[in-house]
Ligand binder design. Structure first.
Ligand code: 3HC
Length: 297
């Protein structure tokens, strides 16, 4: 089962990164958005990131200026933005990286089941939803896997490859090989809430926010504690801003619905309030901290 042409639906925070690493990995990539402005914004981010990676490779003496420019041109040349989902028809693998809402995801998978060729593999970058349910919606449960990347996709080395009871073995192996070709270390996991990373990470972020809400420590001190006490690159409060408060809340709401008695999934009050006020973290410039572009201010 050979993957050559990849479709990505969604060119936002995660989607643009997946498009980029797939193109860097040598795949032709069709990227679909619902509006031209979203496409333009995602492509601009990819171009900025490619330029950054090329500049770094030259600075570190890993590539000549010419090779670095050729790398940027080649990767960019493999990316084909469109607003028309029909262009996904002959893709070998289609990954959804749209909003973290199960009903919207299922509707998309149903549509993809109608549009895409029979042998296509479907992947979902969901943080927390059931891959099996999405597979059912697509009408091809045997072709469905989870392909969960981490933010920022260009730099984080992991991809979780999730299989359900129905996933065909060849499909699963092809998905893992795709992850490797994108430069990631694939880990296998079952179709459980949050897979490996988020099942551990999100409750940790919840505990940190609850500590803040109780007034036990400031956001700055909680983050400094985990950076210097545990060697984490970012503290949990900054990380919540980085992931997006809306995404974090959606993950928790989905889990609370399925596991109402699990205290690890309790939604902190300030998280709901900030999302209600439209303060979603880095992407809106305000969350638990203030941001200018990629930097906290
Ligand atoms: N593309 C290319 N280069 C990038 C980049 C991108 N998208 N993002 C950052 N960089 C570059 C920066 O420009 C910088 O380059 P420089 O050294 O030339 O200045 C370099 O990477 C390092 O970045 P920073 O100086 O901003 O800061 P850090 O050294 O702290 O590195 C980080 C940034 C890699 C994001 C690091 O802080 C980190 O690993 N943070 C933790 C992230 C994490 O835990 N992610 C997982 C979130 S959970 C998730 O995604 C799952 C979801 O389902 C919720």
């Amino acid at each position: 089962m050979k993957i050559e042409k990849v479709g990505v639906v969604g060119c936002g925070l995660m989607g643009h990164g997946i498009v980029q690493v797939a193109a860097q990995g040598g795949f032709e990539v069709i990227v679909v958005e619902t509006e031209q402005t979203f496409l333009d914004k995602g492509i601009a981010r990819i171009e900025k990131s490619l330029a950054k990676l090329a500049r770094k490779a030259v600075e570190k003496g890993k590539q000549s200026e010419d090779d670095a420019s050729a790398f940027v041109e080649m990767a960019r040349g493999r990316i084909h933005p469109t607003l028309d989902k029909q262009e996904l028809a002959d893709c070998d693998l289609v990954i959804e990286a749209i909003v973290e809402n199960m009903n919207v995801k299922k509707a998309l998978l149903r549509e993809l089941g109608d549009i895409c060729k029979r042998e296509a593999i479907f992947g979902s970058n969901t943080s927390s939803f059931s891959i099996a349910e999405m597979g059912e919606a697509s009408g091809r449960p045997d072709r469905m896997v989870g392909l969960h990347f981490f933010n920022p996709v260009q730099l984080m080395k992991l991809v979780e490859v999730v299989r359900t009871d129905a996933t065909d073995n060849e499909v699963y192996e092809a998905a893992k090989a795709f992850g490797k070709a994108c430069g990631k270390a694939p880990v296998s996991c079952g179709d459980t809430p949050g897979f490996v990373v988020n099942r551990l990470l999100v409750p940790y972020m919840v505990q940190a926010i609850q500590m803040l809400d109780r007034g036990d420590a400031t956001a700055e001190d909680i983050d400094t504690a985990m950076r210097f006490g545990c060697g984490h690159p970012m503290g949990p409060i900054t990380l919540t801003d980085y992931v997006g408060l809306d995404t974090t809340l959606s993950i928790l709401e989905g889990w609370c619905e399925r596991y109402p008695d699990e205290p690890a999934f309790a939604i902190p009050r300030s998280l709901r309030r900030l999302v209600g006020e439209g303060q979603l973290g880095r992407k809106t410039g305000q969350g638990y901290f203030n941001w200018e572009g990629d930097k906290r201010v």
